[in-house]
Write a protein that binds this ligand. Structure first.
Ligand SMILES: Nc1ncnc2c1ncn2[C@@H]1O[C@H](COP(=O)(O)OP(=O)(O)OP(=O)(O)O)[C@@H](O)[C@H]1O
Ligand SMILES: [Mg+2]
Length: 238
């Protein structure tokens, strides 16, 4: 993302935000509530149009591509929404089949829907939940199903919007561990949005702090947590 701007009326949320995600890395973006993290990630996946700036994914300018090309690109990108955003009226199986049905072309080379659904659930340790409704799952289980759904098309890039928010510390740790295991297995590049410092410490190869609508500071967890800048220190002192 280069020089991204996005405003809602007088609310200037992004004021020239830059971000580069390298192959195979876990990049964490931290920012306080309302800083514009979800807005940024929605621009990145084409759910929201930036006012200006450019976004390139795998050499495609996503602000310029047509609907079909954007759809194709979306199969390369997994997105774990803030919350879990499962379809309440569908079973776990149907939730996982949904992206498969939408992207029939991509899965032609895969081993069939049933196999993919079971494999995705096995990856998150929830094979037995296949016929349950989301309302019958705990919050942590819902997050796992959402993770399975985000990964079912074996995307090259996965974006997580607040993967641990709303979970107890132990379940949050399990989800982080799961993210790491899955990334090792499929060698995905990951963009992780969080305000969970523990999550960042464990998973980040590199971090960006989103402050005042810009990439205020970048570096490793160790570098950022040692910063003398007041705005940066605010994230790390507890
Ligand atoms: N569709 C919208 N219309 C108008 N304003 C919006 C819209 N979406 C977001 N905003 C505003 O943009 C700002 C950033 O919101 P955003 O959801 O990106 O915050 P965030 O950093 O993800 O916060 P949190 O950590 O609480 O999830 C907020 O002031 C919000 O009110
Ligand atoms: Mg958000």
């Amino acid at each position: 993302m280069k020089n991204l701007h996005k405003s809602f009326g007088d609310n200037h949320v992004l004021n020239g935000f830059n971000l580069k995600l390298y192959e195979g890395e876990n990049l964490v973006v931290m920012g306080k509530s309302g800083a514009g993290k979800s807005v940024m990630i929605k621009c990145l996946v084409g759910l929201m149009q930036p006012d200006s700036g450019s976004i390139t994914i795998n050499d495609h300018d996503i602000t310029a591509v047509g609907h079909d090309e954007l759809d194709m690109l979306r199969t390369e990108i997994g997105f774990l929404f803030q919350g879990s955003a499962l379809y309440d009226s569908m079973t776990v199986r149907e939730n996982l089949e949904f992206p498969l049905r939408h992207h029939k072309d991509k899965i032609k080379n895969f081993q069939g829907t049933e196999f993919l659904v079971r494999e995705a659930l096995a990856n998150v340790g929830l094979e037995n939940a296949i016929d349950l409704m989301p309302s019958e799952l705990s919050g942590g289980m819902q997050r796992r199903v959402a993770l399975a759904r985000a990964l079912i098309l074996k995307p090259k890039i996965i974006m997580y919007d607040e993967p641990t928010t709303g979970l107890d510390p132990i379940t949050a740790k399990e989800i982080i561990q799961l993210m790491r295991t899955i990334q090792d297995k499929y060698r995905t590049s990951s963009l992780i949005i969080t305000h969970d410092v523990d999550c960042a410490r464990v998973i980040a190869n590199r971090m960006i702090l989103l402050i005042d609508g810009i990439n205020y500071i970048e570096g490793t967890f160790a570098e950022l947590s040692a910063s003398k800048d007041e705005k940066v220190r605010a994230f790390f002192k507890n």
